[in-house]
Design a protein around this ligand. Structure first.
Ligand SMILES: O=C[C@H](O)[C@H](O)COP(=O)(O)O
Ligand SMILES: C=C(OP(=O)(O)O)C(=O)O
Ligand SMILES: [Mn+2]
Length: 451
């Protein structure tokens, strides 16, 4: 049967989230205006297709069994003006390079997922931001309001949801072109590198690319079929935060009658919105997309078991990923017991490490930043702990950019507090720059190789 999406006969689960407590939502002035936008969105074509989502689900199942590894990366908060061809290409290139480093180093297929084409909304710690005695609503991502510190900019505007859709569509179009049209061909492995090879990460990558090149030339010489290396699958992902947007993009798959959220392939529920009876959990439970849940240091095995009952009642492998973000200081205290008890409960989960969100600090110069060493230490600890408990370290989830930003302290180039000001671009959380991302990939390859 041809895959189409219909909005007509809508199953009841679709609306089950309504009426549940919904945290971190914009407070719109005019809900009629919101309804106009969401009615329009409901008529728009899906951004992703059920068949693609199902393919990703199978790959996540493989990762849960240790047969592949998940790499999720991209901005903390995408911006509309930052959704340009150059910036998206640089992010894709970074993800491709990291996955080559990991799969070559650890002989493991890497499933590539971008926090791209939809990561436009943010949960915030505080509803208001105060500067010089003036308080305004916090910036909640370009899908909600503007970053500029004026009342007008900070007013939540429902029309931004339509722009989120449009930007996501053009970004996905570009991703599809890059990953299908020759750019992602493994024979381009050298061309993805850039910068000077006196940079340790680039030099290391250059060596590895040389080895891959020789192997490919050998394969070519013996007449291998190169179809499989000429394109890659790069899936899209974002935090499923804005309930009305995600609802408008949820469609019935005509092949099966099942609901799919067609705004992205993979969706995750944030640490701040993972309440068992909350709207976010209910909404994600109703769709067939694979779902991730962020878990901070207060998460317990009881939380996870209860969440699994709601989100993954049939215990499908790969459907539920647990994205732990404990922080380098707390991981040894929190993660071992969590993994042990979840394993003892016998529920299938995919363990993923987010080494970013438990390691946020403010620099002496006032920047929101992270230490590269903390990030590396949390990843290394994650592997050690998960393996020790007899479970499988299935992936990493990181905030990165393909650009040479100065947002995370340290790394081979030893970025200092003073250097943060040079090229600090993020509107919310600090991201690994291009070379720090590669350095992390080498660590992952090493850790994975030991498993
Ligand atoms: O990824 C995002 C941030 O950690 C989250 O939005 C909270 O940030 P805040 O504490 O600056 O509000
Ligand atoms: C807000 C985020 O994470 P968490 O929900 O883990 O704080 C994020 O991934 O940007
Ligand atoms: Mn973030």
């Amino acid at each position: 049967m041809t895959e189409t999406f219909e909005t007509s006969s809508v199953p009841d689960e679709r609306n089950a989230w309504r009426g549940r407590p919904a945290l971190q939502q914009p407070k719109y002035e005019d809900y009629q205006e919101l309804n106009q936008v969401t009615s329009d969105l409901k008529t728009r074509p899906p951004l992703v297709f059920a068949g693609e989502v199902d393919k990703l689900s199978r790959s996540l199942a493989a990762a849960a069994e240790g047969k592949s590894f998940i790499l999720t990366g991209g901005d903390c908060a995408e911006t509309f003006v930052g959704s340009t061809a150059d910036k998206i290409r640089a992010k894709i290139q970074t993800i491709l390079q990291m996955s080559v480093v990991i799969s070559y180093g650890a002989s493991m297929p890497v499933v590539k997922i971008g926090r791209i084409a939809g990561q436009y909304s943010k949960p915030r710690s505080a509803d208001l931001e105060t500067r010089n005695g003036i308080s305004l609503p916090s910036y909640r991502g370009d899908a909600v309001n503007g970053f500029g510190f004026t009342a007008e900019e900070r007013r939540p505007d429902p029309h931004r949801l339509m722009e989120m859709y449009q930007r996501s569509a053009t970004s996905l179009n570009l991703i599809r072109a890059f990953t299908r049209g020759g750019y992602a061909d493994l024979r381009q492995v050298h061309n993805w590198n850039r910068g000077f090879t006196d940079n340790p990460a680039y030099a290391r990558y250059e060596n590895l690319a040389g080895e891959i090149d020789r192997a490919l030339r050998f394969m070519e010489a013996v007449g291998s079929d190169f179809e499989a290396i000429s394109f890659v699958d790069l899936y899209s992902a974002h935090e499923a935060l804005l309930l009305e947007y995600e609802d408008a993009m949820t469609r019935v798959d005509s092949r099966t009658g099942d609901l799919y959220n067609t705004s992205a392939h993979y969706l995750w529920i944030g640490e701040r919105t993972r309440q068992l009876d909350g709207a976010h959990v209910q909404q994600c439970a109703s769709v067939r997309n694979p779902i991730g849940v962020k878990l901070g240091p207060t998460a317990t095995a009881e939380d996870v078991i209860a969440l699994s009952k709601v989100i993954n009642p049939n215990n499908e492998i790969g459907r539920l990923s647990l994205i732990t973000r404990m922080g380098a200081k707390q991981i040894y205290e929190r993660l071992p017991q969590l993994v042990r008890e979840v394993k003892a409960a016998g529920i299938p989960v995919l363990w993923i490490c987010d080494p970013m969100h438990g390691n946020t600090v403010t620099s002496g110069t006032g920047y929101k930043t992270r230490r590269f060493d903390d990030i590396m230490n949390e990843v290394a600890a994650f592997f050690e702990i998960v393996v020790n408990e007899g479970a499988i370290p299935g992936g990493i989830h990181v905030e990165l950019t393909g650009d040479d930003v100065t947002e995370v302290l340290g790394g081979a180039e030893e970025l200092t507090e003073d250097a943060l000001a040079d090229n600090y671009e993020t509107l919310v959380d600090p991201r690994l720059n291009h070379q720090q991302s590669l350095e992390l990939a080498f660590l992952v390859a090493q850790m994975l190789g030991k498993c």
